[in-house]
Ligand binder design. Structure first.
Ligand SMILES: NC(=O)c1ccc[n+]([C@@H]2O[C@H](COP(=O)([O-])OP(=O)(O)OC[C@H]3O[C@@H](n4cnc5c(N)ncnc54)[C@H](O)[C@@H]3O)[C@@H](O)[C@H]2O)c1
Length: 335
Protein backbone atom coordinates (compact mmCIF):
# COMPACT_ATOMS: atom_id res chain seq x y z
CA UNK A 1 0.00 0.00 0.00
CA UNK A 2 1.01 3.63 -0.51
CA UNK A 3 0.99 5.19 2.94
CA UNK A 4 1.27 8.84 3.90
CA UNK A 5 2.70 9.24 7.42
CA UNK A 6 2.36 12.68 9.01
CA UNK A 7 4.71 13.39 11.92
CA UNK A 8 7.14 10.91 10.34
CA UNK A 9 10.22 12.42 11.98
CA UNK A 10 8.81 12.25 15.51
CA UNK A 11 9.39 9.87 18.40
CA UNK A 12 6.77 7.38 17.16
CA UNK A 13 6.91 8.17 13.43
CA UNK A 14 10.63 7.59 13.01
CA UNK A 15 10.25 4.12 14.58
CA UNK A 16 7.21 3.25 12.47
CA UNK A 17 8.56 3.82 8.98
CA UNK A 18 10.98 0.91 8.81
CA UNK A 19 8.40 -1.69 9.96
CA UNK A 20 5.99 -0.30 7.35
CA UNK A 21 8.65 -0.61 4.63
CA UNK A 22 9.53 -4.12 5.82
CA UNK A 23 5.84 -5.05 5.55
CA UNK A 24 6.08 -4.14 1.85
CA UNK A 25 4.48 -0.69 1.91
CA UNK A 26 5.58 2.47 0.15
CA UNK A 27 5.88 5.37 2.57
CA UNK A 28 5.76 9.12 2.08
CA UNK A 29 6.72 10.93 5.28
CA UNK A 30 5.45 14.45 5.90
CA UNK A 31 6.68 16.58 8.79
CA UNK A 32 7.56 20.20 9.51
CA UNK A 33 10.69 18.98 11.32
CA UNK A 34 10.12 20.87 14.55
CA UNK A 35 12.88 18.75 16.10
CA UNK A 36 15.00 18.44 12.96
CA UNK A 37 15.30 15.60 10.48
CA UNK A 38 18.21 13.52 11.80
CA UNK A 39 15.76 10.81 12.87
CA UNK A 40 15.07 10.08 9.20
CA UNK A 41 18.67 9.87 7.98
CA UNK A 42 19.04 6.10 7.84
CA UNK A 43 15.67 5.56 6.17
CA UNK A 44 16.64 6.95 2.78
CA UNK A 45 18.50 3.75 1.91
CA UNK A 46 15.06 2.26 1.30
CA UNK A 47 13.83 2.77 -2.27
CA UNK A 48 10.22 2.83 -1.08
CA UNK A 49 10.70 5.75 1.28
CA UNK A 50 10.15 9.38 0.34
CA UNK A 51 9.90 12.46 2.48
CA UNK A 52 8.53 15.96 2.11
CA UNK A 53 8.98 18.74 4.59
CA UNK A 54 5.85 20.75 5.26
CA UNK A 55 3.34 21.92 7.80
CA UNK A 56 -0.06 20.31 8.18
CA UNK A 57 -1.59 23.77 7.95
CA UNK A 58 -0.26 24.31 4.42
CA UNK A 59 -3.47 23.47 2.64
CA UNK A 60 -2.18 23.53 -0.94
CA UNK A 61 0.93 21.55 -0.15
CA UNK A 62 -1.02 18.83 1.65
CA UNK A 63 -3.56 18.71 -1.18
CA UNK A 64 -0.68 18.22 -3.63
CA UNK A 65 0.41 15.13 -1.69
CA UNK A 66 -2.98 13.55 -2.36
CA UNK A 67 -3.11 14.69 -6.00
CA UNK A 68 0.45 13.73 -6.96
CA UNK A 69 1.51 10.87 -4.68
CA UNK A 70 -1.95 9.28 -4.34
CA UNK A 71 -1.76 7.64 -0.91
CA UNK A 72 -4.09 4.72 -0.24
CA UNK A 73 -3.79 5.03 3.53
CA UNK A 74 -2.89 7.82 5.95
CA UNK A 75 -1.30 7.45 9.37
CA UNK A 76 -1.79 10.73 11.17
CA UNK A 77 0.78 11.27 13.92
CA UNK A 78 1.71 14.95 13.48
CA UNK A 79 0.54 17.06 16.38
CA UNK A 80 1.53 19.43 19.12
CA UNK A 81 2.25 16.67 21.63
CA UNK A 82 1.91 16.76 25.40
CA UNK A 83 -0.32 18.58 27.87
CA UNK A 84 2.19 21.26 28.98
CA UNK A 85 3.14 22.09 25.41
CA UNK A 86 -0.50 22.34 24.32
CA UNK A 87 -1.70 24.30 27.36
CA UNK A 88 1.06 26.84 26.66
CA UNK A 89 -0.09 27.23 23.03
CA UNK A 90 -3.86 26.72 22.95
CA UNK A 91 -4.64 28.54 19.64
CA UNK A 92 -1.76 26.74 17.89
CA UNK A 93 -2.88 23.41 19.37
CA UNK A 94 -6.39 24.04 18.05
CA UNK A 95 -5.01 24.99 14.61
CA UNK A 96 -2.80 21.89 14.28
CA UNK A 97 -4.41 19.17 16.38
CA UNK A 98 -7.99 19.96 15.37
CA UNK A 99 -8.42 22.30 12.36
CA UNK A 100 -5.54 20.97 10.24
CA UNK A 101 -6.39 17.40 11.23
CA UNK A 102 -10.00 17.90 10.09
CA UNK A 103 -8.67 19.29 6.81
CA UNK A 104 -6.38 16.28 6.37
CA UNK A 105 -9.24 13.84 7.01
CA UNK A 106 -11.49 15.71 4.57
CA UNK A 107 -8.81 15.64 1.87
CA UNK A 108 -8.14 11.95 2.50
CA UNK A 109 -11.81 11.08 2.28
CA UNK A 110 -12.27 13.16 -0.89
CA UNK A 111 -9.22 11.46 -2.44
CA UNK A 112 -10.74 8.02 -1.85
CA UNK A 113 -8.34 6.99 0.94
CA UNK A 114 -9.76 4.04 2.82
CA UNK A 115 -7.67 3.57 5.95
CA UNK A 116 -7.01 6.63 8.08
CA UNK A 117 -5.23 5.82 11.33
CA UNK A 118 -5.19 8.50 14.00
CA UNK A 119 -3.01 8.31 17.11
CA UNK A 120 -4.96 9.64 20.03
CA UNK A 121 -4.10 9.17 23.68
CA UNK A 122 -5.21 7.30 26.81
CA UNK A 123 -4.83 10.72 28.48
CA UNK A 124 -8.41 11.19 27.26
CA UNK A 125 -9.50 9.12 30.29
CA UNK A 126 -8.07 11.90 32.49
CA UNK A 127 -9.38 11.30 35.98
CA UNK A 128 -11.05 7.89 35.93
CA UNK A 129 -12.47 5.33 38.38
CA UNK A 130 -9.28 3.40 39.13
CA UNK A 131 -11.10 0.50 40.77
CA UNK A 132 -11.50 -0.91 37.26
CA UNK A 133 -9.89 -0.70 33.82
CA UNK A 134 -11.33 2.02 31.55
CA UNK A 135 -12.59 0.75 28.19
CA UNK A 136 -13.19 2.43 24.85
CA UNK A 137 -16.91 2.57 25.72
CA UNK A 138 -16.34 4.64 28.86
CA UNK A 139 -16.90 8.37 28.99
CA UNK A 140 -13.70 10.31 28.42
CA UNK A 141 -12.65 13.07 30.77
CA UNK A 142 -9.98 15.24 29.11
CA UNK A 143 -8.16 17.53 31.53
CA UNK A 144 -5.87 19.40 29.08
CA UNK A 145 -6.23 21.17 25.75
CA UNK A 146 -4.09 18.34 24.34
CA UNK A 147 -6.64 15.66 25.27
CA UNK A 148 -9.53 17.98 24.44
CA UNK A 149 -8.43 18.40 20.80
CA UNK A 150 -7.75 14.66 20.57
CA UNK A 151 -11.24 13.80 21.84
CA UNK A 152 -12.94 16.22 19.45
CA UNK A 153 -10.98 14.96 16.44
CA UNK A 154 -11.81 11.36 17.39
CA UNK A 155 -15.46 12.38 17.35
CA UNK A 156 -15.07 14.11 13.98
CA UNK A 157 -13.48 11.00 12.48
CA UNK A 158 -16.30 8.83 13.79
CA UNK A 159 -18.83 11.10 12.10
CA UNK A 160 -16.93 10.87 8.80
CA UNK A 161 -16.96 7.08 8.79
CA UNK A 162 -18.92 5.66 5.91
CA UNK A 163 -18.75 4.82 2.25
CA UNK A 164 -15.17 3.86 1.58
CA UNK A 165 -13.71 5.97 4.39
CA UNK A 166 -12.65 3.74 7.29
CA UNK A 167 -10.88 5.76 10.00
CA UNK A 168 -9.56 4.13 13.16
CA UNK A 169 -8.43 5.86 16.34
CA UNK A 170 -5.67 4.31 18.41
CA UNK A 171 -5.50 5.62 21.96
CA UNK A 172 -1.84 5.13 22.86
CA UNK A 173 -0.62 4.55 26.40
CA UNK A 174 2.35 6.68 27.46
CA UNK A 175 5.14 5.50 25.19
CA UNK A 176 8.69 4.56 26.24
CA UNK A 177 11.86 3.19 24.70
CA UNK A 178 14.80 4.41 22.65
CA UNK A 179 13.76 6.08 19.40
CA UNK A 180 15.53 7.63 16.43
CA UNK A 181 14.01 10.90 17.73
CA UNK A 182 14.63 10.41 21.42
CA UNK A 183 12.34 12.05 23.95
CA UNK A 184 13.37 12.32 27.59
CA UNK A 185 10.12 14.07 28.54
CA UNK A 186 8.15 10.81 28.58
CA UNK A 187 7.64 9.24 32.01
CA UNK A 188 9.81 6.11 31.89
CA UNK A 189 12.47 7.68 29.66
CA UNK A 190 12.70 10.66 32.00
CA UNK A 191 12.85 8.52 35.16
CA UNK A 192 15.69 6.41 33.80
CA UNK A 193 17.59 9.48 32.61
CA UNK A 194 17.20 11.31 35.94
CA UNK A 195 18.16 8.23 37.94
CA UNK A 196 21.18 7.60 35.74
CA UNK A 197 22.47 11.16 35.48
CA UNK A 198 21.56 12.57 38.90
CA UNK A 199 20.98 9.47 41.03
CA UNK A 200 17.72 11.06 42.08
CA UNK A 201 14.12 11.14 40.99
CA UNK A 202 11.37 13.55 41.88
CA UNK A 203 7.90 12.07 41.65
CA UNK A 204 4.66 13.96 41.43
CA UNK A 205 1.45 12.10 42.32
CA UNK A 206 3.27 8.86 43.09
CA UNK A 207 0.07 6.86 43.53
CA UNK A 208 -1.31 7.89 40.15
CA UNK A 209 -1.80 5.09 37.60
CA UNK A 210 -0.66 5.25 34.00
CA UNK A 211 -0.76 2.71 31.18
CA UNK A 212 2.59 2.28 29.39
CA UNK A 213 3.57 0.94 25.96
CA UNK A 214 6.88 0.47 24.15
CA UNK A 215 7.35 2.44 20.93
CA UNK A 216 8.11 -0.76 19.01
CA UNK A 217 4.76 -2.22 20.09
CA UNK A 218 2.98 0.90 18.87
CA UNK A 219 4.58 0.37 15.45
CA UNK A 220 3.62 -3.34 15.51
CA UNK A 221 0.02 -2.45 16.29
CA UNK A 222 -0.20 0.00 13.39
CA UNK A 223 1.36 -2.44 10.92
CA UNK A 224 -1.08 -5.12 12.12
CA UNK A 225 -4.06 -2.77 11.81
CA UNK A 226 -3.23 -2.12 8.16
CA UNK A 227 -3.40 -5.87 7.48
CA UNK A 228 -7.04 -6.03 8.58
CA UNK A 229 -10.08 -5.57 6.39
CA UNK A 230 -10.58 -1.79 6.71
CA UNK A 231 -14.38 -1.97 6.69
CA UNK A 232 -14.36 -4.40 9.64
CA UNK A 233 -12.72 -1.78 11.89
CA UNK A 234 -14.18 1.41 10.39
CA UNK A 235 -14.92 4.04 13.03
CA UNK A 236 -13.42 1.99 15.86
CA UNK A 237 -11.42 3.31 18.80
CA UNK A 238 -8.79 0.92 20.18
CA UNK A 239 -6.61 1.39 23.27
CA UNK A 240 -2.98 0.40 22.64
CA UNK A 241 -1.01 -1.17 25.48
CA UNK A 242 -1.20 -4.16 27.80
CA UNK A 243 -3.39 -4.66 30.90
CA UNK A 244 -0.27 -5.67 32.83
CA UNK A 245 1.54 -2.45 31.90
CA UNK A 246 -0.81 -0.25 33.97
CA UNK A 247 1.59 0.99 36.63
CA UNK A 248 1.68 3.42 39.54
CA UNK A 249 4.42 6.00 39.21
CA UNK A 250 5.90 4.94 42.56
CA UNK A 251 6.26 1.41 41.30
CA UNK A 252 7.94 2.64 38.13
CA UNK A 253 10.41 4.63 40.23
CA UNK A 254 11.18 1.52 42.30
CA UNK A 255 11.83 -0.52 39.16
CA UNK A 256 14.03 2.23 37.72
CA UNK A 257 16.09 2.15 40.92
CA UNK A 258 16.52 -1.63 40.53
CA UNK A 259 17.69 -1.23 36.93
CA UNK A 260 19.91 1.82 37.28
CA UNK A 261 21.20 1.32 40.82
CA UNK A 262 20.91 3.35 43.97
CA UNK A 263 18.57 6.30 43.39
CA UNK A 264 17.11 8.74 45.87
CA UNK A 265 13.38 9.19 45.32
CA UNK A 266 11.72 12.41 46.46
CA UNK A 267 7.96 12.61 46.62
CA UNK A 268 6.69 16.04 45.66
CA UNK A 269 3.46 16.93 47.42
CA UNK A 270 2.15 19.36 44.82
CA UNK A 271 1.11 18.44 41.30
CA UNK A 272 -0.61 20.31 38.50
CA UNK A 273 -1.49 17.03 36.86
CA UNK A 274 -4.65 15.38 38.21
CA UNK A 275 -4.60 12.46 35.74
CA UNK A 276 -5.14 8.99 37.17
CA UNK A 277 -6.37 6.15 34.96
CA UNK A 278 -6.05 2.41 34.45
CA UNK A 279 -6.94 1.15 31.01
CA UNK A 280 -8.19 -2.08 29.44
CA UNK A 281 -6.49 -3.43 26.32
CA UNK A 282 -8.86 -6.37 25.82
CA UNK A 283 -10.26 -4.85 22.62
CA UNK A 284 -6.77 -4.55 21.14
CA UNK A 285 -6.20 -8.24 21.77
CA UNK A 286 -9.57 -9.16 20.30
CA UNK A 287 -9.47 -6.91 17.20
CA UNK A 288 -5.74 -6.85 16.39
CA UNK A 289 -5.02 -10.34 17.72
CA UNK A 290 -1.95 -9.06 19.53
CA UNK A 291 -0.88 -7.31 22.68
CA UNK A 292 2.06 -5.11 23.62
CA UNK A 293 5.01 -7.31 24.54
CA UNK A 294 8.01 -5.25 25.48
CA UNK A 295 7.60 -4.53 29.20
CA UNK A 296 8.39 -1.29 31.02
CA UNK A 297 11.25 -3.18 32.69
CA UNK A 298 12.73 -4.10 29.30
CA UNK A 299 12.30 -0.48 28.18
CA UNK A 300 14.17 0.72 31.27
CA UNK A 301 17.02 -1.72 30.62
CA UNK A 302 17.31 -0.58 27.02
CA UNK A 303 17.34 3.14 27.89
CA UNK A 304 19.87 2.46 30.64
CA UNK A 305 22.13 0.67 28.14
CA UNK A 306 21.89 3.60 25.70
CA UNK A 307 22.75 6.05 28.49
CA UNK A 308 25.65 3.91 29.68
CA UNK A 309 26.86 3.77 26.10
CA UNK A 310 26.94 7.56 26.21
CA UNK A 311 25.15 7.90 22.88
CA UNK A 312 23.39 11.10 23.98
CA UNK A 313 25.89 13.87 24.67
CA UNK A 314 23.61 15.85 26.97
CA UNK A 315 20.21 14.36 27.70
CA UNK A 316 18.80 17.61 29.10
CA UNK A 317 19.06 19.67 25.90
CA UNK A 318 15.99 20.95 24.04
CA UNK A 319 16.37 18.37 21.29
CA UNK A 320 15.03 15.65 23.59
CA UNK A 321 11.94 17.36 24.91
CA UNK A 322 8.84 18.96 23.44
CA UNK A 323 8.14 21.56 26.11
CA UNK A 324 9.82 24.85 25.31
CA UNK A 325 10.78 24.19 21.71
CA UNK A 326 9.68 26.42 18.85
CA UNK A 327 6.75 24.46 17.47
CA UNK A 328 5.30 27.18 15.28
CA UNK A 329 7.88 27.12 12.50
CA UNK A 330 5.49 27.53 9.56
CA UNK A 331 7.10 29.89 7.06
CA UNK A 332 10.65 29.19 8.18
CA UNK A 333 11.16 26.66 5.39
CA UNK A 334 10.52 26.66 1.66
CA UNK A 335 7.03 25.55 0.71
N1 LIG B 1 4.68 9.69 22.82
C1 LIG B 1 3.63 9.35 23.56
O1 LIG B 1 3.74 8.95 24.74
C2 LIG B 1 2.25 9.44 22.97
C3 LIG B 1 1.17 8.97 23.75
C4 LIG B 1 -0.11 9.05 23.23
C5 LIG B 1 -0.32 9.56 21.95
N2 LIG B 1 0.75 10.00 21.23
C6 LIG B 1 0.48 10.57 19.89
O2 LIG B 1 1.37 9.99 18.96
C7 LIG B 1 1.70 10.96 17.94
C8 LIG B 1 3.21 11.07 17.82
O3 LIG B 1 3.76 11.52 19.07
P1 LIG B 1 5.33 11.58 19.30
O4 LIG B 1 5.61 11.16 20.68
O5 LIG B 1 6.01 10.93 18.15
O6 LIG B 1 5.56 13.17 19.25
P2 LIG B 1 6.73 14.01 18.57
O7 LIG B 1 6.57 15.40 19.09
O8 LIG B 1 8.03 13.33 18.74
O9 LIG B 1 6.37 13.98 17.03
C9 LIG B 1 5.42 14.84 16.44
C10 LIG B 1 5.92 15.18 15.05
O10 LIG B 1 4.93 16.02 14.44
C11 LIG B 1 5.62 17.06 13.76
N3 LIG B 1 4.72 18.22 13.70
C12 LIG B 1 4.30 19.00 14.73
N4 LIG B 1 3.52 19.98 14.28
C13 LIG B 1 3.43 19.82 12.93
C14 LIG B 1 2.76 20.52 11.91
N5 LIG B 1 2.02 21.61 12.17
N6 LIG B 1 2.89 20.08 10.63
C15 LIG B 1 3.65 19.00 10.35
N7 LIG B 1 4.32 18.29 11.28
C16 LIG B 1 4.20 18.70 12.56
C17 LIG B 1 6.87 17.35 14.57
O11 LIG B 1 7.88 17.93 13.77
C18 LIG B 1 7.23 15.96 15.07
O12 LIG B 1 8.19 15.34 14.23
C19 LIG B 1 1.01 12.26 18.36
O13 LIG B 1 -0.19 12.41 17.66
C20 LIG B 1 0.76 12.06 19.84
O14 LIG B 1 -0.34 12.82 20.29
C21 LIG B 1 2.03 9.95 21.70
Amino acid sequence: MRILVTGAAGYVGSMLIEPLLQAGHNVLGYDSLVHGGKSLQDLFIHDNFEFERGDLRETEKVQRLFNDWKPEAVIHLAAIVGAPECDANVPLTEAVNYDASVQLADMAKAAGVKQFVFTSTCSNYGVADISRLATEEDEVNPVSSYADTKVRFEQYLKEQTGGDFAPVTLRLSTVYGVSRRMRFDLLINEFVRDAYVNRELEIYAGNAWRPMVHVVDVARAIVRLLELDASAVAGEIINIGNNDFNVQKMDLAKQVGEVVGETEVTIASETQDPRNYRVSFDKMEKVLGMTAERSPRQGMEEIFQALRGDIFADTYVQEYKNRGCNINILGSFAS
